[in-house]
Ligand binder design. Structure first.
Ligand SMILES: Cc1cc2nc3c(=O)[nH]c(=O)nc-3n(C[C@H](O)[C@H](O)[C@H](O)COP(=O)(O)OP(=O)(O)OC[C@H]3O[C@@H](n4cnc5c(N)ncnc54)[C@H](O)[C@@H]3O)c2cc1C
Ligand code: SF4
Length: 550
C-alpha cells in the first residue's frame, strides 16, 4: 500500500469508545461532576443505537442513580413496567411453570422496565449532548494510540475510502487521532480494541477465561388480543439438549410489541448446532406458537453477550484508561441483565477520572476504579450469582440450573457451598470433532413463524461499503480448511447468525467464502472459531446493522 498522509489529531480530556449505556453513562457523569471537562464519544454505528441489541428488561437502579428525574421525563424510553414474571422449563410438548418462590428474590423482575435498549441509548445521547458531550456516530475506533512511555493516549478512527486491495480510492479520507488524558473503552461484548488492551497489558492474567453466549432477537407486532404489556417470560430446556446451556426470553411491551429472543451459551460442543435454527424452532413450541400466528416480524438481529461474570472480569485499568460495561463483562447471567451494571461501571469510572483530572493527573492508572468495583453496586450484583454459569456448564441444564438456584439462595443468606467455581475452558476450546457428534436435522422455515437467515438479515438493514478491505480476517486459510472444515465440519456456517460464512465447491475447488457485507457485528466468529483463526476488526465507520429500536 502507498504511504498514507499523516493523521490530524484533536485533544480532549476524556475519549470514550462506544455509545452504549456504559459509554454514555460515563460521559454524562463526567459532565455532571465537572462541566468544563471536554468529552468525546465515538460510535461505529451510523447513529447512536444502530448497533445496540438487547432484550431488554432493564433494572432501573443504574438509571435512577445517573438521572434521578428520568421517570418524570416525557421523552423517557421505558414506559412498560413488569407486571407478570414467568419462568418455564420446556420439554418438546410441554412448558412447566417453575414457581417463583423457588427462585431467590434477586431473580425477580418486578420493579424493572421493558423496552428497547437502542432507544435508551438515544435518550442518553440527547442528555449527554445537552451537557456538552461531543458524540460522533459513524466513526469506528480502529487503532490504539500508545505514547512512548507505553501509556494509552487515545484512539484513531478508521480511514474511509480504502479499496478492497488496500489502496486509497477517490473517496479516501484519513482517520483522525482523538487524544485524551484518559480513554474509556465501552465497546460492549468482545470489544475489538478492548481485546487488544487485555492482551497487551495482561489484564486477564490470573482470571478465569471470558465466557460468552450468542443472543438472537426478533421484534414482532402482534394481535392486540394476544398482547399483555408487562409480561416477562423466560424458559430453559427444549429445543436445547441437556448438555447445551441457554434459553429464551419473550417480553410484551409498548404498543403490541413483543421482543422474542434466544441465547445459546458459546461453550456448546456439537459443531452441527445452529443457534439461529434453535431460535426458529423455539418459536414453534405449542406454548408460544399461537402468539406469532398472524403477527408480523419487524426486526431481527444478533449480538454476543458476556457470561463470565465475577471471576472473569479482567483488571479494569491500564496506563491511560479503563474498561467499562460489557467490554469488561459485567452481565449478571441468571438475570440476563447487564445494562444496570454498564451504567454503574461507567459512572464509577467517570468519578475516578474526575478525581484524577482534579489532581492534575493524566495518562496514568485509575487504580481507584479497579479497587472500588468489587464493593460497588456492580460487584455486589455479580458476586451472589458467580457460580450459576460454571455449575450449569459442569452439570448440564437439569442439575446445573437447580444447583445454581440453590447457590443463589445460600449466597443471599451470606454463604456458598461451592466457593467460587472456575469456568474451565474458553469457548473456542469446547467444540468436539464432527465425527464424534450427531448432525442435527432442522425443520425447513415456513416463512410465517420461522425464517431463513438471509430474509432475517434483510430486516437488520445491514449495509457495508463493498469496496473495502475485509473486516473478517482469516489468519491461515490452510488451517481453516484442514481444521474448521475437515475436523469440525464448518461450524461457522451454522453459528454465524447472518450467513456470512460458506464452504463452497468440492475437492481441490473447495473455498471458504466470506459474505462480509452481511455481518451484523455480533462477534461470535471472533469468539467461537475453534482455532482462533478469525479476527473481527471494525469495518469502515457506519457499516453494519441499522437497528431502529433493538
Ligand atoms: C440478546 C441479548 C439480550 C439481553 N437482554 C438484556 C436484558 O434484558 N436486560 C439487560 O439489562 N441486559 C441485557 N443484555 C445485556 C446488555 O445488552 C448489555 O449488558 C449492555 O448492552 C452492555 O452495555 P455496553 O455499553 O457495555 O455495551 P453495548 O451496549 O454493546 O454498546 C457498545 C457500543 O459501542 C460501539 N462500539 C463497539 N466497538 C466500537 C469501536 N471500536 N468504535 C466505535 N464504537 C464501537 C457499539 O457499536 C455499541 O454501540 C442482553 C444482551 C443480549 C445480547
Ligand atoms: S461474521 Fe462474525 S461477527 Fe459477523 S455476523 Fe457472522 S458471526 Fe457475527
Amino acid at each position: 500500500m502507498s504511504e498514507l498522509p499523516p493523521r490530524e489529531s484533536m485533544e480532549f480530556d476524556v475519549v470514550i469508545v462506544g455509545a452504549g449505556p456504559a459509554g454514555l453513562a460515563a460521559a454524562i457523569r463526567l459532565k455532571q461532576l465537572a462541566p468544563d471537562v471536554s468529552v468525546v464519544v465515538v460510535e461505529k454505528g451510523s447513529e447512536v443505537g444502530a448497533h445496540i441489541l438487547s432484550g431488554a428488561v432493564i433494572d432501573p437502579s443504574g438509571l435512577d442513580r445517573l438521572l434521578p428525574e428520568w421517570r418524570e421525563d416525557p421523552e423517557r424510553p421505558l414506559k412498560t413496567e413488569v407486571t407478570d414474571d414467568r419462568f418455564y422449563w420446556m420439554t418438546q410438548s410441554a412448558a412447566i411453570k417453575v414457581p417463583l418462590f423457588m427462585a431467590p428474590p434477586l431473580m425477580s423482575n418486578h420493579g424493572c422496565f421493558i423496552g428497547s435498549l437502542g432507544l435508551v441509548t438515544k435518550f442518553l445521547a440527547a442528555k449527554a449532548e445537552a451537557l456538552g458531550v461531543e458524540i460522533y456516530p459513524g466513526f469506528a475506533a480502529a487503532e490504539l494510540i500508545i505514547g512512548e512511555d507505553g501509556a494509552v493516549r487515545g484512539i484513531a478512527t478508521g480511514d474511509m475510502g480504502i479499496g478492497k486491495e488496500g489502496e486509497p480510492t477517490a473517496g479516501f479520507t484519513r482517520g483522525m487521532e482523538l487524544l485524551g488524558k484518559y480513554t474509556l473503552f465501552a465497546e460492549g461484548a468482545r470489544g475489538s480494541l478492548s481485546k487488544i488492551l487485555i492482551a497487551k497489558f495482561g489484564l486477564a492474567n490470573d482470571r478465569e477465561p471470558p465466557k460468552f453466549g450468542i443472543g438472537l432477537k426478533e421484534l414482532w407486532q402482534v394481535d392486540p388480543a394476544k398482547h399483555k404489556p408487562g409480561l416477562v417470560q423466560h424458559s430453559f430446556g427444549w429445543p436445547l439438549d441437556n448438555a447445551t446451556g441457554g434459553g429464551s426470553f419473550l417480553y410484551h411491551y409498548d404498543e403490541n410489541l413483543i421482543s422474542v429472543g434466544f441465547v445459546v451459551h458459546l461453550n456448546y460442543q456439537n459443531p452441527y448446532l445452529s443457534p439461529f435454527e434453535e431460535f426458529q424452532r423455539f418459536k414453534t413450541h405449542p406454548a408460544v406458537r399461537d402468539i406469532f400466528e398472524g403477527a408480523k416480524r419487524i426486526a431481527y438481529g444478533s449480538r454476543a453477550i458476556t457470561e463470565g461474570g465475577y471471576q472473569s472480569v479482567p483488571k479494569l485499568v491500564f496506563p491511560g484508561g479503563a474498561l467499562i460495561g460489557c467490554a469488561a463483562g459485567f452481565v449478571n447471567v441468571p438475570r440476563i441483565k447487564g445494562t444496570h451494571n454498564a451504567i454503574s461501571s461507567g459512572m464509577l469510572a467517570a468519578e475516578h477520572v474526575v478525581e484524577a483530572l482534579a489532581a492534575g493527573r493524566a495518562n496514568d492508572e485509575l487504580s481507584g476504579y479497579e479497587a472500588a468495583w468489587r464493593t460497588s453496586p456492580v460487584g455486589r450484583d455479580l458476586w451472589p450469582v458467580r457460580n450459576v454459569k460454571p455449575l450449569w456448564s459442569r452439570f448440564g441444564t437439569v442439575v446445573g440450573v437447580a444447583l445454581g438456584g440453590l447457590d443463589m439462595w445460600t449466597n443471599t443468606l451470606g454463604f456458598s457451598l461451592f466457593g467460587t467455581r472456575p469456568h474451565g475452558k474458553a469457548d473456542w476450546e469446547t467444540l468436539k470433532p464432527a465425527r464424534d457428534c450427531t448432525p442435527i436435522a432442522y425443520p425447513k422455515p415456513d416463512g410465517k413463524i420461522t425464517f431463513d437467515r438471509l430474509s432475517s438479515v434483510f430486516l437488520s438493514n445491514t449495509n457495508h461499503e463493498e469496496n473495502q478491505p475485509p473486516h473478517l480476517k482469516v489468519a491461515d486459510m490452510a488451517l481453516q480448511k484442514s481444521s474448521e472444515h475437515d475436523i469440525y465440519a464448518g461450524p461457522s456456517t451454522r453459528y454465524c447468525p447472518a450467513g456470512v460464512y460458506e464452504w463452497v465447491g468440492e475437492g481441490a475447488d473447495l473455498r471458504f467464502v466470506i459474505n462480509a457485507q452481511n455481518c451484523v457485528h455480533c462477534k461470535t466468529c471472533d469468539i467461537k472459531d475453534p482455532n482462533r483463526n478469525i479476527t473481527w476488526v471494525p469495518p469502515e465507520g457506519a457499516g453494519g446493522p441499522n437497528y431502529p429500536n433493538m
